[in-house]
Write a protein that binds this ligand. Structure first.
Ligand code: C2E
Ligand code: MG
Ligand code: MG
Ligand code: MG
Length: 291
C-alpha cells in the first residue's frame, strides 16, 4: 500500500513538473522539423451572414499533423512556442501563402469571391517587413488584396500603439481588410479603438458561450454590436454552437457568425465542397434559422 502511494506521489511529481519540461522539449524539437517535412496544413471555417445564411468568408486555421507526436497538435499548444523560438516567421509566411493560394484557387474554379481571414501573431506583427511580405505573397498568388483579411488581437494592438496604427494603415492602404479577433477579452481602451483603421470586430466566444443563461454576456454582446456599428465596423460572433445563440445574435443585429453550429473548421477539400454546394444553392443546413 505504501509502495503504491509512493508511486502515486512520484507520478504526481512528474506530471506536475517533469512532463511539462519533457513535453516542451519534444514539442520544440519536432516543431523545427515540421515545416520542412510538410506537417502543417490549414483548415477553413466558414463565416455566415446572419441575415441570409450565405457564406461571407473563411478563416484559415493552422493545424500541425505531427508524425512523431502521433496526431494533430493544437495551435494553442505550439503557436506560443513558435513565437518564442522565432519559428513563427517562416510558419506564418507559409500560412499566408497557403491561404492566399487556396482563395485564389477557389476564385479560378469559378466560385464567388470571398475574403480569407488569416491570424497574425504578435511577433509576426512586429516584423518590419510584414507589409512587403504580404504584398509579395499577394503578387505571387495573384489574389486581389481586398480578399485577404488579417486578424489581430487586442494584445498585439496595444503593445506599441503608434507602430500598430502605422502598420495597419500600411495594410489598409493596400486595401487589405483588418479584423480585431477575440474582442472583449483584451485590455485595449475604447479610446484606442477609434484610432485603429480596422473593418471588423470579432466577439470572443466566451461571451457567446453562456449568453442564453447569462444576462451580463447578453448585455456585453449588445454593447459590442452597438459599438462596432457606431464605428462603422462589421461585427461577427465566434463560437456559435446552438440555435438559441444564433437567434439572439440575429435579433441583436450582429452581422455574421462562425461556429460549430454551421460548421467546424474543415479540410481544404471539405471546405471546397461546402463552398460549391452553397454556390449551387443546394445548401439547406440550418436554413430554417435564417428564413
Ligand atoms: P481564433 O483565431 O480565435 O480561432 C477560433 C478558434 O475557435 C479556433 O480554434 C476554432 O476551431 C475554434 N472554434 C470555432 N468555432 C467554435 C465553436 O463553435 N466552439 C468552440 N468551442 N470552438 C470553436 P483553433 O483552430 O484551435 O485555434 C485556436 C487559436 O490559435 C486561434 O484562435 C488563433 O488565435 C490561433 N491560430 C490558429 N491558426 C493560427 C495561425 O495560422 N497563426 C497564428 N498566429 N495563430 C493561429
Ligand atoms: Mg482568428
Ligand atoms: Mg477568436
Ligand atoms: Mg485567438
Amino acid at each position: 500500500r505504501a509502495k503504491q502511494q509512493g508511486r502515486n506521489n512520484y507520478q504526481l511529481y512528474t506530471s506536475a513538473i517533469g512532463t511539462k519540461v519533457l513535453e516542451r522539449l519534444v514539442l520544440e524539437n519536432n516543431l523545427y522539423k515540421a515545416l520542412d517535412s510538410h506537417e502543417f496544413l490549414l483548415h477553413y471555417q466558414p463565416q455566415i451572414n446572419l441575415e441570409n445564411g450565405q457564406i461571407v468568408g473563411m478563416e484559415a486555421l493552422l493545424r500541425w499533423q505531427s508524425q512523431d507526436l502521433g496526431g494533430l497538435v493544437s495551435p494553442l499548444q505550439f503557436i506560443p512556442l513558435a513565437e518564442e523560438t522565432g519559428l513563427i516567421s517562416p510558419i506564418g509566411e507559409w500560412v499566408l501563402r497557403t491561404a492566399c493560394a487556396q482563395n485564389r484557387a477557389w476564385q479560378l474554379a469559378g466560385l464567388p469571391p470571398l475574403p480569407i481571414a488569416v491570424n497574425l501573431s504578435a511577433r509576426q506583427f512586429q516584423n518590419k517587413n510584414l507589409a512587403s511580405t504580404i504584398h509579395q505573397i499577394l503578387k505571387e498568388t495573384g489574389l486581389d488584396s481586398q480578399y485577404l483579411e488579417i486578424e489581430i488581437t487586442e494584445s498585439i494592438a496595444i503593445q506599441d500603439m503608434n507602430f500598430t496604427i502605422e502598420v495597419l494603415h500600411h495594410l489598409r492602404n493596400q486595401n487589405i481588410q483588418i479584423a480585431m479577433d477575440d474582442f472583449g477579452t483584451g485590455y485595449s481602451s475604447l479610446g484606442a479603438l477609434k484610432h485603429l483603421p480596422i473593418n471588423k470586430l470579432k466577439i470572443d466566444r466566451v461571451f457567446v458561450r453562456d449568453l442564453v443563461r447569462d444576462s451580463n454576456d447578453a448585455a456585453i454582446i449588445r454593447a459590442i454590436v452597438a459599438l462596432g456599428h457606431g464605428l462603422n465596423l462589421k461585427v461577427i460572433a465566434e463560437g456559435v454552437e446552438n440555435l438559441e445563440q444564433l437567434q439572439f445574435l440575429k435579433a441583436a443585429k450582429c452581422d455574421a457568425m462562425q461556429g460549430y453550429l454551421f460548421s467546424k473548421p474543415l479540410s481544404a477539400e471539405a471546405a471546397t465542397r461546402l463552398y460549391q454546394c452553397q454556390y449551387a444553392g443546394r445548401l439547406t443546413q440550418n436554413s430554417v434559422a435564417f428564413s
